[in-house]
Design a protein around this ligand. Structure first.
Ligand code: MN
Length: 295
């Protein structure tokens, strides 16, 4: 099943290029907390899966191209991200990385992106206005957590996965010796975590450890890899994060980028496609308003 958020935080099922509005199948109290709808849905999926699968419960259908797709979970409590998780990516950024030479996610652990940086397939990537800094794309498989997880061994970890989505980990690079802001800030500008186009539930993905992951800028193929090339696989990532703090239903883990990371600029079109999940194409633009400090 494919679960989307769209328009004014409505929740739907995507099928045959249509969105079926399921918002009315959710408890009415969530109308006061629309950003929490998908967190609640995931936490109650044991009961709600049958409701969502029942054709009689489906609301009105609309063509997918007529709705504005938002991040499929607009407000996860956490967005975790793996640094240096594909062998060939390690080293390609030269001095522009804060990951220590030769280290992978296994030694470095995870970092955080602000959940407020999430955006959806129907939204642009907005770069700071008038910036001369380098901004990069990173093509990643997002893992969405299905239930609370603390100290989960990797052998059991896959049963904690709710589903998967495409995710771009957009990044402002450091300029060594000139500008070296914290990583969490450089990766947390508004719209720097496009996710979508929807969540594909785990039962619909035969082997998340063997999916083609590709990204184009305009029509140039920049990144091409397979999730089997990840150094720390999905199960070990869940073991790693849950060994530090509790994962919550709806949390997102960005599983790291392969090589081919490169710059994006206003006017570009970025397309990410992950096998069995879907694809999304985003325009890169400048923010309308200049920040009160330069970037
Ligand atoms: Mn990344």
């Amino acid at each position: 099943m494919k679960i989307a958020s769209f328009d004014d935080l409505r929740v739907g099922i995507v099928e045959d290029r249509q969105v079926f509005d399921m918002t009315a199948a959710l408890p009415a109290f969530l109308d006061a907390l629309p950003r929490q709808r998908v967190n609640w849905l995931i936490a109650h999926w044991d009961e709600m899966a049958a409701v969502f699968a029942d054709p009689a419960r489906r609301g009105a259908a609309r063509p997918l191209q007529e709705v504005r797709l938002l991040a499929p979970n607009p407000a996860p409590q956490h967005v975790f991200a793996a640094p240096a998780n594909y062998r060939k990516h390690i080293g390609e950024l030269g001095a522009r990385t804060v990951t220590k030479a030769g280290r992978s996610a296994r030694e470095q652990g995870f970092f955080l992106k602000a959940p407020g940086s999430l955006s959806g397939a129907g939204e642009p990537i907005l770069l700071p206005r008038g910036s001369s800094r380098r901004f990069d794309h990173e093509s990643e498989l997002a893992v969405v957590i299905g239930r609370a997880a603390r100290n989960v061994p990797r052998e059991e970890a896959m049963s904690y996965v709710f589903g998967y989505a495409c995710l771009i980990d957009a990044t402002m690079r450091i300029e060594p010796g000139v500008a070296e802001e914290e990583r969490s800030m450089r990766k947390s500008f508004e719209t720097f975590t496009p996710m979508g186009p929807y969540i594909v539930t785990a039962d619909a993905v035969a082997d998340p450890g063997a999916l083609a992951n590709r990204l184009w800028v305009n029509d140039e193929l920049r990144q091409q890899a397979d999730t089997s090339e990840m150094i720390v696989g999905i199960a070990e990532l869940i073991e790693l994060v849950s060994s530090v703090l509790p994962l919550q239903p709806g949390d997102v883990i960005a599983s790291g980028t392969p090589d081919g990371v490169g710059p994006i600029a206003p006017g570009d079109r970025v397309r990410i496609e992950i096998e069995s999940i879907g694809s999304m194409t985003l325009e890169v633009r400048e923010c309308e308003r200049q920040a009160p400090r330069p970037y």
